[in-house]
Design a protein. Sequence first.
Length: 275
Amino acid sequence: MIWPFKPKKRKQIARIEITGAIASETRKRVLKALKTVEEEDYPALLLRIDSPGGTVGDSQEIYQALKDIQAKGVKVVASFGNISASGGVYIGVGAERIMANPGTITGSIGVIIRGNNLEKLLDKIGVSFKTVKSGPYKDILAFDRETTPEEMQILQDLIDASYGQFVATVAAGRNLEPEVVRSFADGRVFTGEQALALGLVDRLGTEEEARRWLAEWAELDPEKVKMNTIEEKKPILTRLLSGQVARPKSRLGTCLDWVEFELATSGQPLWLYRP
């Protein structure tokens, strides 16, 4: 007989990982996991972030979902791993408390738009494009011509507006004045130790220390409380075929993922750290 009621997790901690570049698939997965946290009545969530950031809208939706779930009583601690930069910071400040390793790479608060200008290459191989458009800026950042000064100003205005949203969110999330945030939000990166001095994080420590901190805050026994990582379950055959069971992704596979991300987001404003 199948019990018709889902077990509640009032004495357990949920864990969600955000790894790699943040895009639509990350958003879908994390929002689904946050829904599970709510439905299964977890009192606390450990958010592990190891990401250089990514797309603006996806980062904003994850941040807002974190604020919504905390409004329903769930305590959230963010744990920054090797890197939590740009959009990773934006999501992180959605948690009430943040812990980073002393050597975590974080910061990179800012916005970037990248386009590709292949005009000289196309001329060299004798390829040209004919464009019919409804307005002068419809093909802004087209890859077959230079961007005009007027277009550059339009893009700069867009960047400035997105940057203002980023600064305002960090200021609100970390209880800092916007002017203070702007003083270090120029794209530079920090160690976790430097971020602590700036007020971007609350404590330095490992993920395990973040877990214990969260357990104590939620009035759970750190020695006994169970922590469940919420992730999509895939059939064993799928995992075997994709190599998830046998071996981690190769360096070539990782590079191809980045190329795919760069092509998919060309011309979009990004909250992304790319050394």
